[in-house]
Design a protein around this ligand. Structure first.
Ligand code: KG4
Ligand code: ZN
Length: 355
């Protein structure tokens, strides 16, 4: 068969199971999801140990690791689900946004399976999948809603009109919130990934001991800026360049106080912007997804805001906040609408979708 021949007849399955593949950054993941959006298996092979000593993801190392892990991960997902490859109705794959080499590994595996099994291929947007984790956990329609995707690469606020229809309301103009957590942790001598490390350190810290700025919080735009906050942490830890003023030593307590103060500033901004977006759109539903959404303080503060403003909060379950393939259940929506992808589908690494 011609590799790029997408005229192959495909049927839209009303039931059955699909395999979803995610390899956009540093997690190699596969999941089997049924038509009722039940997750039959969810396998995630994290590369954290590989990138830890560099303090961030090294793209070339990430794609090589995906290459060696993708087939065993798919195998395990199929086995865990108790299905056979021939039971699959479709293969879904995350194609945007992400690291080009990493995305290509997942896409190539997905295409090979779709061709061999003669099933449709479905393209999934990673950010959309982060938000869809909220819909899957709710077990019912939750849109229209305001959606916040807060991860290592993105801090995006959306008007989620419907599953598959999103309007970008605001985004970070520099660092993503997760990136700021990772950088601040590095400055404080905490391990990578920084989010969970800052959260753990903050537990014994005093969040008002050091008050950090709240960038753009009073600004009308629904955009974010976190790079100044990271610099503020740097100055608190090492002093302002050229200044004679001595900074206190980075004792365990000082690290905890700085972690708590930094976390509170990020959380304040995220909660404030969500509130602004809800008011602006006249919505009373809020979804929260992405790695930083696993943060307990953020979840608690958003829950508090939601309760006060009679807003329904749909946070992604913690295990579906950081990257995984189960959240790609959005592929079922696409499949049912007949939105399958051609076999010459490509990746779109740096996509910022405004729709
Ligand atoms: O969604 P994700 O797994 O990957 C991307 O799509 O970027 O998010 C990873 C990011 C990292 O920056 C990590 O530090 C952050 O999520 N993160 C957290 C927490 N767990 C992960 N940030 C704050 N608190 C956490 N508990
Ligand atoms: Zn992600």
């Amino acid at each position: 068969m011609n590799y790029c021949d997408d005229s192959q007849e495909v049927t839209t399955p009303e039931n059955g199971v699909l395999l979803a593949i995610e390899s956009s950054c540093d997690e190699t993941a596969a999941a089997v999801i049924d038509r009722g959006l039940n997750v039959l298996s969810n396998v995630v092979s994290s590369q954290t140990a590989l990138h830890e000593r560099f303090g961030g993801v090294v793209p070339e190392l990430a794609s090589r690791a995906h290459l060696s892990r993708i087939l065993p991960v798919i195998d395990e997902a199929i086995r865990d689900a108790g299905v056979a490859l021939t039971d699959l109705s479709a293969v879904a794959v995350v194609t945007e946004p992400g690291l080009v080499g990493s995305l290509l590994v997942g896409l190539t595996a997905a295409k090979a399976l779709a061709v061999v099994l003669r099933v449709p291929l479905v393209a999934v947007n990673h950010l959309e999948a982060h938000l869809f984790a909220c819909r899957m956990a709710a077990g019912r329609d939750i849109f229209p809603a305001v959606g916040l995707v807060v991860s290592g690469g993105h801090t995006n606020l959306y008007d989620c009109v419907d599953a598959g229809r999103y309007e970008l309301l605001g985004a970070t103009i520099d660092d993503a919130a997760g990136e700021a957590f990772d950088k601040a942790a590095r400055i404080l001598g905490l391990p990578y990934p920084g989010g969970p490390a800052i959260e753990a350190a903050a537990q014994t810290g005093d969040r008002s001991a050091i008050v950090f700025p709240r960038p753009l919080l009073r600004d009308d735009r629904l955009d974010f800026s976190f790079s100044g906050l990271k610099t503020a942490v740097l100055y608190q830890a090492r002093g302002i360049p050229g200044s004679q003023k001595k900074v206190p030593p980075l004792t365990e307590q000082r690290v905890a106080d700085l972690a708590a103060g930094f976390q509170e500033a990020v959380v304040d901004v995220l909660v404030g912007k969500c509130r602004q977006a809800l008011v602006r759109r006249g919505y009373q539903r809020l979804c929260l997804g992405g790695g930083v959404a696993a943060n307990s303080r953020l979840r608690a503060r958003l829950a508090g805001m939601a309760a006060k403003t009679e807003t329904e909060l749909f946070p992604a379950p913690r295990e579906y906040c950081t990257d995984n393939a189960a959240m790609a259940g959005i592929a079922w929506e696409r499949l049912i609408r007949g939105e399958t992808a051609p076999l010459d589908l490509d990746v779109t690494p740096g996509l910022v979708r405004r729709r």
